[in-house]
Design a protein around this ligand. Sequence first.
Ligand SMILES: NC(=O)c1ccc[n+]([C@@H]2O[C@H](COP(=O)([O-])OP(=O)(O)OC[C@H]3O[C@@H](n4cnc5c(N)ncnc54)[C@H](OP(=O)(O)O)[C@@H]3O)[C@@H](O)[C@H]2O)c1
Length: 224
Amino acid sequence: MDSDGAQTTIGFVGGTGPLGRGLAVRLARAGHRVLLGSRDEGKAAAAVEKLGERAAGTDLVGVTNERACADADVAFVTIPYTGQRQALPALAGPLGGKVVVCCVNAIEVDDRGPKVVRVPAGSAAEECQDLLARSRVAAAFHTVPARLLLDVGNQADCDTFVFADDEPARKAAFELATDIPGMRAIDAGPLRLSVGAEAATAVLLAVNLRYGTRAHLRVEDLER
Ligand SMILES: NC(=O)c1ccc[n+]([C@@H]2O[C@H](COP(=O)([O-])OP(=O)(O)OC[C@H]3O[C@@H](n4cnc5c(N)ncnc54)[C@H](OP(=O)(O)O)[C@@H]3O)[C@@H](O)[C@H]2O)c1
């Protein structure tokens, strides 16, 4: 629900991965209509099916990425960085004028573990804004482990930074994050600072691989 209590239709590009499924089920449980997108509609339907009881009673359906973008009020991009430049231009039309929440981390994993990918635009989020020039891009959820989101029996007790240059985009991403029980959104400034959260995620991933954990970021001493 938005600040007026209205239902938002949220589309996911690449909703079949762990992060897309985790955010989709949490936002559907918060009362939103959710369109979980994929390049393959059958794979989207299977991903919804796999959520099972966690999605019971919600308005969550599997569709193509194109349909998710066309019918959405707000769209989430939850694909690997390697796919962004290829996937987004074709969706720029249906996403024109809409808020897009980019969750993409410009990171890769090679035989030495996670590493940061240098993006000419500065960050995955800024590149997303360049590719979707007519959309209002915010960036968030970089450091939120999908496993926390998929564990719907428990609160997703974690923080997420929200970055945006566009005020309606910041507000929408902020409000949707706080619709997830336990999650705290932190206004972290302009889109260009997303590079810090994206890089921090490579470090967190390395730590989690080393320790076998799902550690995430918490900001202390924020409240006054
Ligand atoms: N996993 C996490 O805990 C987590 C947490 C925070 C942020 N993130 C970020 O969120 C994004 C998604 O993470 P994930 O772990 O869910 O990723 P993933 O499982 O690797 O990919 C998600 C989905 O993206 C689609 N996809 C893959 N390659 C693509 C390409 N070349 N072009 C278009 N679509 C493609 C696939 O969907 P279809 O085949 O169905 O189209 C896939 O199921 C990443 O950028 C990641 O850094 C992840």
